[in-house]
Ligand binder design. Structure first.
Ligand code: HEC
Ligand code: HEC
Ligand code: HEC
Length: 174
């Protein structure tokens, strides 16, 4: 059979030589993105990661965080809260008390209230992006979790639709 060149080179024409050039045993591989090219260790988003870590003596459940913010807000968090609040709004520097139901639907219930009260509360998407995606070397989320969008935003690989899971805080974790 004679070789007939195709008019349009396909992507495979580029990929195959690259794979052949790679050292023996190496496999051309896409970047490991949770939920896209790799397993997603936190399919439930916020509530799967904000749990208790007894081995690190760490409790970052939202009930614990809210109770803390109702007493005091760190200067770093307050600065980020101000930066994510509509201009002209003055923050109190303490979180208002929330109903027990709030921790049954995270981030749904947080987003609802933060949107409804945007004349007195930070815009949650902006605050959450600032708290997870800024801070460089100091940031646990950027370093340990590689700043992956897909740990919160989930892509449906069949339909291409993005969504965000929301659910109850887990009683225990670790
Ligand atoms: C995969 C783990 C992970 C997921 C998922 C996650 N977080 Fe976080 N979150 C962290 C880490 C780690 C920090 C500490 C900040 C840092 O140093 O990176 C943090 C910090 C925060 C803070 C700031 C706390 C403070 O006192 O400064 C808020 C608020 C927060 N998260 C809310 C959320 C919400 C809401 C969601 C879901 C939309 C979410 N997080 C999803 C890991 C996660
Ligand atoms: C009852 C409405 C309401 C609910 C529900 C709510 N928030 Fe808030 N939140 C506010 C208001 C109002 C502020 C501004 C407080 C201030 O003036 O400092 C705020 C501020 C914050 C801040 C900035 C720090 C602070 O306390 O000032 C964080 C972080 C925060 N909220 C996270 C959350 C998360 C996460 C949830 C869901 C688990 C949540 N909030 C649920 C109303 C709410
Ligand atoms: C820690 C959780 C978390 C991470 C990580 C995260 N997001 Fe978000 N994102 C949110 C939340 C919460 C909202 C608000 C959802 C709502 O309002 O219903 C949001 C909303 C958005 C929106 C729409 C609102 C807006 O702010 O314009 C965009 C766009 C977005 N995210 C992009 C990204 C991209 C790109 C990345 C990665 C570089 C990323 N997000 C990483 C939690 C996260």
């Amino acid at each position: 059979m004679t070789y007939r060149p195709r008019r349009h080179a396909s992507w495979i024409t580029f990929l195959v030589p690259v794979a052949l050039l790679a050292p023996a045993g190496a496999v051309a591989q896409a970047r490991q993105i949770p939920g896209i090219t790799a397993d997603d260790p936190f399919p439930g988003g916020c509530v799967d990661c904000h749990i208790q870590y007894p081995d690190r003596n760490l409790d970052v459940r939202f009930s614990t965080l809210l109770a803390l913010w109702e007493r005091e807000v760190s200067p770093e968090l307050l600065a980020r809260s101000k930066a994510s609040t509509e201009p002209g709004v003055t923050l109190q520097g303490m979180h208002p008390e929330t109903k027990p139901d709030v921790i049954k639907d995270i981030p749904g219930a947080c987003v609802d209230c933060h949107r409804r009260r945007s004349d007195e509360a930070p815009i949650l998407s902006r605050l959450v992006h600032l708290t997870h995606l800024t801070g460089g070397a100091e940031s646990v989320f950027l370093n340990e979790f590689k700043g992956e969008c897909t740990l919160c935003h989930k892509l449906d690989l069949k339909t291409g639709a993005w969504s965000m899971p929301s659910g109850p805080e887990r009683a225990a974790g670790g």
